[in-house]
Design a protein around this ligand. Structure first.
Ligand SMILES: [Cu+2]
Length: 161
């Protein structure tokens, strides 16, 4: 009897702990599922003929979402802090990054995470290194992460010519 009564509370505690653990795992799974599911990688081309040296340039996705990149000052200088701004409309961006890469030469890792400032605007700072060949072509890729998608918009821009 004493053995029975001392075992009963113990086993019900174990049961409660297991239930709590299962609920916790289910909750965590629900919370993290958008991150664990494979994301659809989408590449959207920016509007043709738009030059980042002159204006903001946007890409429009098939579902109507719009991603617009603006780099200032213009024309884009080297070795100078650049104000990088991305306006996202039609989708909810969880993370926005802008990557600068040489189109034909390796200029090193140069990626900036932008900070959300409300209503789809994301702002950050970047700068471009000097190129031994003088002017060069850059691929500026805006990467937008939503819950289910990783969208890349690769812009091409000539700097320093
Ligand atoms: Cu270069």
């Amino acid at each position: 009897m004493t053995e029975e009564s001392s075992r009963a509370p113990g086993s019900s505690l174990v049961t409660l702990a297991m239930i709590a653990l299962l609920v916790g795992i289910a909750g965590a799974g629900y919370y993290w599922s958008p991150l664990l599911l494979p994301k659809a990688d989408v590449t959207a081309p920016p509007q043709a003929g738009c030059d980042l040296q002159r204006q903001a340039c946007a890409a429009v996705l098939p579902d109507g979402a719009r991603i617009e990149l603006s780099i200032a000052p213009r024309p884009i200088p080297i070795l100078t802090p650049l104000r990088v701004e991305v306006a996202v409309t039609g989708i909810e961006a969880r993370k926005v990054e802008v990557d600068f890469a040489g189109e034909t030469m390796n200029m090193g890792y140069n990626r900036t995470a932008l900070a959300a400032t409300g209503s789809g605007r994301h702002i950050g700072e970047a700068s471009l290194p000097v190129c031994v060949s003088g002017g060069m072509n850059w691929v500026v890729t805006v990467q937008v992460e939503t819950g289910r998608q990783r969208i890349a918009v690769p812009y091409r821009v000539a700097v320093g010519f």
